[in-house]
Ligand binder design. Structure first.
Ligand code: PLP
Length: 362
């Protein structure tokens, strides 16, 4: 039987041609392909700037430095997200203050205000699994308490909140091009989007040894640049993004219909046009179901089995961690089903049939 993977990157002839073109150009780092990719990304998201970096983790670190995050500052984040999302602020000495999730698996805005202290400087909502967080509420609270908002859009390229592109609403936003993400460069990569000229300028310098001109270093920077071959690939992938997301939405609608009543299917709120980076169900006997599916050649995943406030690196570092009952409950129940831009309805049907078989049989 054909294996059904959890996710799959777009690799077509157009992408191969683009990679070859970059290979043969003789330019490999931050040249024409990167410049064009940055312009196209900014146009797509609707921000003035998009600044490429070697990963989203790297880009977020540069963003935090550019925004002047300081030791003992606090930033409110959901615990239920990729560990990579919280590392950059910790490198600045800033403390992540974890909040629980709502039924969309994004941060619970009902609990935001309770997490604010005199040290809080910002809120970092994560549009997890491709579903936008409740941004009106986030901004309402942020404005009331004079906090900035940075959007983690690693999983939500092309998703919309009330018709607005995610990544265009906060003071800045971050995207990842890791191979499983909706928009990938077939390797590591990421970008920061912002309308703020000063922040953009600073990130551009920091990623490239603190310079604007070749031999003048205006600040101490890093080498966290981006590559031409990867940019050439990303430019093609960006042109296909909307169609691939459309297929993800079609698969999600099919799963919703077929799995409704069998398992808890993911909600899509009225404000959301979700792009289903992951299609996450909640089930009883999760590990048995995953095993049953694996035996039938169906890949699944758990995003994420251990919440960040329970990670050893965090529990060793901070003593006053919160209890987050919803997060702690869902991590034992969530299961990510196969979904990607090219998944067929036949494969989705195979997945649904296997899940139905599991629950009827036992
Ligand atoms: C993938 C991901 C990151 C990290 O992106 P990298 O490009 O791998 O550094 C951060 N946050 C979230 C929510 C992610 O899914």
């Amino acid at each position: 039987m054909q294996k059904i993977p959890l996710s799959k990157s777009l690799v077509n002839n157009e992408i191969k041609q683009a990679a070859l073109r970059a290979l043969e150009s003789g330019w490999y780092i931050l040249a024409k392909e990167c410049e064009a990719f940055e312009v196209e990304l900014a146009n797509y998201i609707g921000t003035k700037h998009a600044i490429l970096s070697s990963s989203l983790t790297a880009g977020m670190f540069l963003l935090h430095l550019a925004m002047g995050l300081r030791p003992d500052d606090e930033v409110i984040v959901p615990s239920h997200t990729a560990f990579a999302g919280i590392e950059p602020m910790i490198h600045c000495g800033t403390k992540p203050v974890f909040v629980d999730v709502d039924k969309t698996y994004c941060l619970d805005t009902e609990q935001l205000e309770r997490a604010i202290t005199p040290r809080t400087v910002g809120i970092m909502p994560v549009h997890l699994y491709g579903h936008p967080a409740n941004m009106d509420r986030v901004f309402e609270i942020a404005q009331k308490h004079h906090l900035w908002v940075v959007e983690d859009c690693a999983q939500s390229q092309g998703a919309k909140y009330k018709g607005k592109m995610v990544g265009s609403m906060g003071v800045a936003s971050g995207f990842s091009f890791f191979p499983s993400k909706n928009l990938t460069v077939l390797g590591d990569g990421g970008c920061i989007c912002t309308n703020d000229d000063k922040i953009a300028d600073k990130i551009r310098m920091l990623r490239n040894h603190g310079r604007k001109e070749k031999y003048t270093h205006e600040m101490i920077g890093f080498n966290l640049r981006f590559n031409e071959i990867q940019a050439a690939v990303g430019r093609v992938a960006l042109r296909h993004l909307d169609a691939l997301n459309q297929n993800r939405r079609k698969i999600a609608a099919f799963y919703n219909e077929r799995l409704c009543g069998l398992v808890d299917t993911p909600p899509e709120m009225p404000w959301a046009t979700a792009v289903y980076h992951m299609y996450v169900i909640r089930v009883k006997r999760r590990d048995d179901l995953a095993k049953f599916l694996r035996q039938r050649g169906i890949d699944t995943g758990i995003h994420y089995p251990v919440p960040n406030h329970k990670q050893p690196a965090i529990t060793q570092k901070y003593s006053d961690l919160p209890q987050l009952p919803k997060t702690e409950q869902i991590v034992d129940e969530i299961l990510s089903l196969p979904i990607h831009g090219e998944l067929s309805i036949e494969d989705a049907k195979t997945v649904c049939d296997a899940i139905a078989e599991f629950y009827n049989k036992k």
